[in-house]
Design a protein around this ligand. Structure first.
Ligand code: FAD
Length: 442
């Protein structure tokens, strides 16, 4: 049964997140974008309000939110500031490998630390030389007794400069690709961990992004999240569960761009009337609204699949690339409605457009999502229709009168599709000249 109605608890969470976004994020968003800083005070308020870490499973003392709750929350925060939403959401991304890990003792230890104190955890697969190709990780994990020694650099790490803990993916052997990948929970204060300078960015400047270097960092056996051979799948399963939230960032951002554009179109006048009265503007608004709605449907479907025990990988990829590309189109058209004023820093659209540009890049680029979805469509998807060569022919006959012994009176050319009627196939196809062997009885 389908049901798009949110539960009373979900509506309460949506309202709470909306109020937080309007009261705590919106008033400071442009300031922190301008000065390129992450406001820790806002993160602490989000923690105190229970808007961070809600997805820690109940078994470990958390709220055990599903992905539906996560995408509802994320849409609201991103509507106020995509950059601050990214930084607030980052604990969910950083924790997801731990949620999925089989290391029970590690979960108990760190979930309780994260729940009981304001602790940030980041996620680190990307490196200076790779992002999309996770199997190409070079950060080295060398076995030393039961421990591992980490050496290498992670790059582009959201909250890298402010996180206390990090989910780090490394490899025991750079030549063994997927099979060598493993994952560890590393603490920022351990000897050998260094944080790089903050990376200056085009948008989402309220979120902190840095490199992290590991020089002979000893990781105790207890902190293994995934042993060699299990790390790659752990990263992929993490993305399948976090990509719907990136789609939700896009929904929230697009929604705000659309709302600002509607407001502006109702007020701005040209040629003696409000610009909202021009059909060209109305069509833009209709398409914006359509994109926001379709994006949200895809995001909710992916989240629903994950919450209902269905592998969300494909739905998550579709939601991610559709919603993030739609968001960019919506923000761009919103700027067009604002025209000159949209291009200034006095109105919010230019920031939303800069912020939205990142959605198509992190957590798997649009190209990588298309690669995943086309791989499934070509190799995993089960079609309903028969193969082309087995299509029923168009018989000019009442099916009730169709006799069994007439079943083999037609032959289809597998090359061009021509159907020949008769006891035997023709010597050669009259259309493409392929021989009788190209015909199949239908
Ligand atoms: C602000 C920001 C924050 C980030 N936060 C994090 C984080 O917290 N943790 C983390 O681990 N990473 C993070 N990333 C890294 C991000 O996930 C990568 O940038 C992204 O995966 C792309 O990798 P890349 O930049 O190395 O591009 P590349 O992988 O080098 O790709 C370059 C181009 O080639 C295309 N391409 C690559 N492979 C294929 C293929 N098989 N088929 C078709 N096209 C392909 C890509 O789509 C892209 O257009 C962040 C990045 C940014 C910019």
């Amino acid at each position: 049964m389908l049901n798009f109605r949110l539960s009373p608890q979900q509506l309460e969470l949506q309202q709470k997140a909306r109020e937080f976004a309007l009261k705590e994020i919106l008033p400071v968003a442009w300031h922190y974008d301008e000065i390129d800083e992450t406001p820790l005070a806002v993160l602490k308020k989000a923690y105190a309000a229970g808007l961070i870490n809600g997805d820690i499973p109940q078994k470990y003392g958390g709220n055990g939110w599903g992905l539906i709750e996560s995408v509802i929350l994320t849409e609201e925060l991103a509507a106020a500031c995509p950059g601050l939403a990214t930084t607030i959401f980052d604990n969910s991304l950083g924790m997801e490998p731990l949620v999925l890990s089989k290391n029970e003792a590690l979960k108990k230890q760190y979930f309780s630390k994260i729940l009981n104190d304001f602790k940030l955890i980041c996620f680190a697969t990307s490196e200076p030389t790779m992002g999309s190709d996770v199997a190409g990780i070079r950060c080295k994990a060398e076995r030393d007794g039961n421990d591992y020694i980490l050496n290498g650099t992670k790059y582009w790490i959201t909250n890298g400069g402010i996180a206390d803990y990090m989910s780090v993916f490394a490899t025991v052997d750079t030549d063994s690709h997927h099979e060598g990948i493993c994952a560890f929970l590393v603490e920022r204060d351990w000897p050998g961990v260094s944080i790089g300078r903050k990376i200056p960015k085009m948008g989402q400047r309220g979120s902190n992004t840095t490199g992290i270097n590991f020089k002979d960092v000893r990781v105790p056996e207890a902190n293994i999240m995934a042993p060699p051979g299990e790390g790659f799948l752990l990263a992929m399963h993490t993305f399948a569960r976090t990509r719907p939230a990136i789609g939700a960032f896009a929904v929230g951002t697009a929604r705000s761009a659309m709302e600002y554009a509607i407001d502006y179109a109702k007020k701005r006048r040209a040629f003696g009337t409000k610009i909202a009265n021009f059909q060209a503007i109305q069509h833009k608004i209709a398409e914006m609204y359509q994109k926001v709605e379709t994006s949200r449907l895809l995001v909710w479907k992916a989240a629903w699949e994950a919450d209902n025990g269905i592998d969300p990988t494909i739905a998550a990829s579709i939601a991610k690339f559709y919603a993030t590309e739609a968001c960019l189109e919506v923000a761009n058209e919103a700027l067009q409605i604002f025209a000159g004023y949209g291009y200034t820093k006095m109105f919010p659209i230019e920031k939303l457009l800069r912020d939205a540009r990142l959605f198509r890049i992190y957590e798997g680029t649009s190209e990588v999502q298309r690669y995943i979805v086309s791989g499934y469509a070509l190799n995993g998807y089960q079609p309903v229709m028969p193969p082309l060569e087995d299509l029923p022919i168009h018989r000019d006959m009442d099916p009730a009168e169709f006799e069994e012994d007439q079943a083999e009176t037609a032959w289809r050319c597998r090359m061009c599709g021509y159907v020949h009627y008769g006891e035997r196939p023709p010597e050669e196809c009259p259309y493409c000249f392929f021989p009788a062997s190209a015909f199949k009885g239908v």
